[in-house]
Design a protein around this ligand. Structure first.
Ligand code: NI
Length: 400
């Protein structure tokens, strides 16, 4: 029953070349969110070559592989996102994107390849597994409403006791991994705002209501939602990312259109933001005789790492990589739909260092020159396999 560490190591070693090859194939053939048809087919066909899996396609462009061990026990899910971004790649590499206008600029090619490698290794250990491992290949992480929620709704995560996700991360040097309990990624909500005045001649502003000036005041006053209304101990971002009004020099326009995003780690605070924005907008527009229309959309929930599961993942990483390599990450105000799974099961989301400035691999995520140090693949694969096995073990002990 006990798995021989040396044996696992040699199986991990044996799959390295496959993982690099799969990652390069995926990198050369990226597909943007909600269009991952070929990617999902590639994942499915690759998984078909491994023994002992139950494969399903619960939602469009997703693939779920279940590895049910010889004896019943806890269920651990591992998730990889598979989608690319609408970016034209500017790297000069052999496996550069062949789909113009699409690029794996966030490393989801690496996530997919690493998880395929983990399945290949773990599927050879099926006879000694107690419990079930579930591998979730998820489309559309980059584009809300995302691919995670439909997978949860489909029942693909039902019965899961712990869920784990990982992200390669170029701001972190290759060789490091980073994991932390508590808030990890922020909620990402969006809004559209229209300010209506009454247009007219630019030389006679008193004859109308200037939506441009009102919009400017709204922008400034909305910043006070963060600086004056929100608890300073609870991080909150409110960014106006678009403003558009008018067509020429001598006409005061009728409407100004704005848009933006709101980020928070605190579910309660997050719910309060639209109300605080309404209050500011009502006051500012009323003061100047204008009107407004705010459309607020809740996006991904915050990723909050479960303390117990995170502690076990940390144990597995420390045992494998040693204390110098296992860091505690700063939370990010970026969003991640991994949070959807955390409504179904406690889980943790951790980072795999993938940056290497000396090799020119330190461009930020979503940059047209983004690339990872492929040594991160070995580390990520190793982390996933050991995390999965350690969680099965710990959950089983906790049940008894
Ligand atoms: Ni990403």
């Amino acid at each position: 029953m006990a798995l021989d560490p040396a044996e696992i190591r040699s199986r991990l070693e044996a799959v390295q070349a496959d993982v690099v090859r799969w990652r390069r194939h995926l990198h050369a053939h990226p597909e943007v969110s909600f269009h991952e048809r070929e990617t999902a087919a590639f994942v499915f066909q690759t998984l078909q070559q491994f023994d002992g899996l139950q494969l399903t396609r619960p939602t469009e462009n997703s693939v779920v592989a279940r590895l049910v061990g010889a004896q019943p026990g806890p269920v651990v899910a591992l998730r990889a996102d598979i989608d690319a971004l609408p970016i034209t790649e500017e790297n000069e590499i052999d496996f550069v994107s062949r789909n113009v206008g699409a690029m794996h600029a966030c490393g989801h090619d690496a996530h997919t390849a690493m998880l395929l490698g983990a399945v290949k290794v773990l599927s050879t250990l099926r006879d000694s597994l107690v419990g079930e491992l579930r591998f979730v290949f998820q489309p559309a992480e980059e584009l809300p409403p995302g691919g995670a929620q439909p997978l949860c709704d489909s029942g693909a995560i039902d019965g899961v006791d712990a869920v784990v996700g990982a992200h390669v991360w170029t701001p972190l040097p290759v060789g490091a991994v980073a994991v932390k309990a508590g808030p990890m990624m922020a909620s990402s909500d969006t809004f559209e705002l229209v300010i209506r005045g009454r247009g007219g001649h630019a030389a006679q502003p008193h004859m109308g209501v200037d939506c441009v000036v009102v919009a400017a005041q709204a922008i400034v006053n909305l910043q006070q939602v963060v600086s004056r209304n929100a608890d300073p101990l609870k991080p909150l971002v409110l960014s106006i990312t678009k403003m558009h009004a008018g067509t020429t020099n001598n006409v005061i326009p009728d409407v100004a259109e704005l848009a933006g995003t709101v980020r928070s780690f605190d579910p309660e605070q997050r719910q309060q933001v639209p109300g605080m924005m309404e209050r500011v907008l009502r006051g500012v527009t009323q003061a100047h005789g204008a009107e407004y229309d705010l459309r607020y959309q809740f996006g991904y929930r915050p990723v909050i790492n479960d303390a117990r599961i995170t502690g076990w993942v940390q144990e597995a990483l420390l045992a494998e990589f040693g204390p110098d390599a296992v860091l505690s990450p700063e939370p990010s105000m970026g969003g991640e739909d991994f949070s959807a799974y955390q409504t179904k099961a406690p889980g943790t989301f951790f980072l795999i260092g993938a940056g290497n400035a000396a090799k020119g691999m330190a461009y930020p995520h979503h940059n047209s020159r983004f690339n990872i140090d492929e040594n991160a693949l070995r580390i990520g694969l190793t982390a996933e396999v050991h995390t999965a096995l350690h969680l099965l073990e710990k959950l089983r002990q906790a049940e008894h």
